[in-house]
Design a protein around this ligand. Structure first.
Ligand code: NAD
Ligand code: ZN
Length: 261
């Protein structure tokens, strides 16, 4: 697998008929100062993250769960988008509806960088919702530290973070599947390739009958667990590689090749 890693200046060419699907994970926010789970040793105050981010933890100890997400709200609210987020927003600006971003991240750094055509498949840190009824998720930046702080819905049930916990179904699956099927280029950034179903997206991409050959790329400082599935792996930090990675053939200027600034 090592032979795939590029040492020379890499480039991803986006032709005027290409459709790009981008999948991002915790690594894209690492240079903004938000720890990845693996980077933080997978632990929070001695608890395994998987033991706090699950429905069982919420049933057992909602105060602990809200403390975890309040801490993450506080941290995420204090950081800024980095050059990787900005490069993806700039790329969307150039590709328009041929660009689609699916993030596993719950922070809002992609939006703050200017991304619009994106979905948060694992939910959003700055939203809450009822644990019981199907009331819409709502914007919420509050920090809840004790059981007494946790608000109640009109239906009487408790308000929980709008996060997809381990064991729960991901959000926006039909839209993600449609965009995956019809893309011609897939780029995964800063995701370990261990969390399903995101780790399988590289296999689902470009599977629409009659579609042209799909190209798949990974960007991150180390090879992901699913490295063998990618056409090419670009080893390095997202904030350093993404701003100079794309060679875009603009649909408005057919035939003329333009390089990202
Ligand atoms: P992960 O923690 O399992 O893996 C992070 C990956 O990022 C690793 O493969 C690592 O090599 C890579 N990475 C580290 N620094 C990087 C950099 N500068 N540039 C590019 N890549 C870099 O994260 P995951 O695979 O996304 O899965 C864990 C789950 O937890 C996901 O749902 C994830 O989004 C969530 N999570 C989200 C945040 C956030 O919203 N900011 C933070 C932590 C975890
Ligand atoms: Zn309710």
């Amino acid at each position: 697998m090592k032979k795939k890693a590029h040492k020379r200046t890499p480039a991803i060419r986006i032709g005027h008929d290409d459709r790009l699907f981008v999948l991002t994970g915790a690594g894209v926010s690492a240079e903004s100062g938000l720890a990845t789970f693996r980077g933080a040793g997978g632990l929070w105050h001695g608890h395994r993250v998987e033991d706090v981010a699950c429905p069982e933890a919420w049933e057992r100890d909602p105060e602990l769960v809200w403390n975890f997400y309040s801490m993450r709200r506080k941290r995420a609210g204090a950081v800024k988008p980095n050059p990787a987020h900005l490069a993806l927003a700039e790329l969307e600006h150039r590709l328009g509806e041929r660009f689609f971003l699916c993030t596993q991240n719950v922070d809002h750094l992609h939006e703050r960088a200017g991304s619009k055509r994106l979905v948060h498949m694992h939910g959003e840190l700055f939203q809450s919702r009822c644990e019981s009824c199907d009331g819409e998720p709502f914007a919420d930046e509050n920090l809840y530290a004790s059981l007494a702080d946790i608000p109640r819905c009109r239906c009487g049930a408790r308000i929980r973070p709008n996060i997809v916990w381990f064991g729960e179904a991901i959000l926006h699956l039909p839209l993600i599947a449609r965009e995956l099927e019809r893309c011609t280029v897939l780029l995964a950034v800063g995701t370990s390739g261990l969390v399903q179903p995101a780790a399988s997206f590289v296999h689902w991409a470009g599977t629409l009958p009659g579609s042209v050959a799909i190209r798949t790329y990974y960007v991150g400082p180390e090879e992901p667990a699913n490295a063998s599935a990618f056409t090419d792996i670009f080893l390095g930090k997202a904030g350093e590689l993404l701003p100079r990675l794309f060679e875009v053939q603009d649909s408005r200027v057919r035939g003329k090749r333009m390089r990202s600034p």
